[in-house]
Design a protein around this ligand. Sequence first.
Ligand code: ZN
Length: 389
Amino acid sequence: MTEKLYYRDAYATKFTACVLSCEAVKGGCYHIILDKTLFYPEGGGQPGDQGILGGVVIFDVHEKNGDIIHYGEKPLEVGIEVNGEIDWKHRFDLMQNHSGEHIISGIICKKYNCDNVGFHMGKDSITIDFNTQIPTEDLPWLEEKANEAIWKNTPIAISYPNKGDLEALEYRSKIELAGEVRIVQAGEYDCCACCGTHVKLAGEIGMIKVIGAQNYKGGTRLELLCGKRGLSNYRNVHQAASEVGRALSVPAENISKGVNKLLLEKDTLIQEMKKWKWDSFLNKIEKLPEDGENVLILEEGLNGRDMTALADLAAEKNDGRAMVLTPSDNGFAFVLVSRKMDARKIAEELKKDFDCKGGGKDQAVQGKLSGNEDEVVRYFVDKGYILVK
Ligand SMILES: [Zn+2]
């Protein structure tokens, strides 16, 4: 059994220990066991520590049958004494977030009489799952209540009550555990059995920010940021909001209004553009011959829907065939509408003369063909189509 120095002092970063074993495992990794350690192993939702042990990088730590296994990038000689130092930035971030998670979980479980049924501390944020639906309108109150613990600098105390006291104590994660139970008490806000490392005073958490809430397996999954993660997120979001605000000439707090106004303007412009486009189509159609001749319409910047609409209008007007072309990569996109019910046949002929893809029905085909404007236009004009530009 490795002696767990991190339970004596969660703030200690340096220690000396003896290497009891070192085993090479798959992937060029070494499993190192010491007689004692400050490296916290993954457990209770908290990831393992990182740091340096005898000059070797430790990138993860796990516990197995009471032994704490340090995952090293290089081997260490068995029997020697080594100096170890944990990555304090990494550990303190986990302590801030784990303690913050306890506080908000304690408040939520008490208010809704529910349980925390899942907890994951990811690299970017932490998620907590509750087996109840938390009303969205309650979130600001819950967030503020959790931050109240920080403003009051509530002490977070660790204790190991005896069996009798434990039975009388109300705490979260109350399950029958062999051996002593470690209780983490955050004042009036939370009391929970936990094996993780925590800050001593809630003030050290800095802030608790809920950044997401979604329905999850009939309950609610909250996404949370505490401490420096919360500050960094605020900085990034604020910077982005300020940039958008500057571009829209509105304060950062009003960017949603500014963006909505912009979207409305965009919708109006699209409607105007559609109308303008339709008018220009009708204008073009008016100039077409009415004697059943085939027409070739060449126009830039048309989308598929425009091309079909224009070809339909033209074919209706002249009661013949209407081929609409618009420049596309290395050639043209086309829509051919034919009242003579032979559009597919014409497309087959096109495929013989051009690199051409497409298909459809007897009265309408669409596709793409390669070629330059001169040769494509000449091809259709030679076949009797009247060019309309
Ligand atoms: Zn915990």
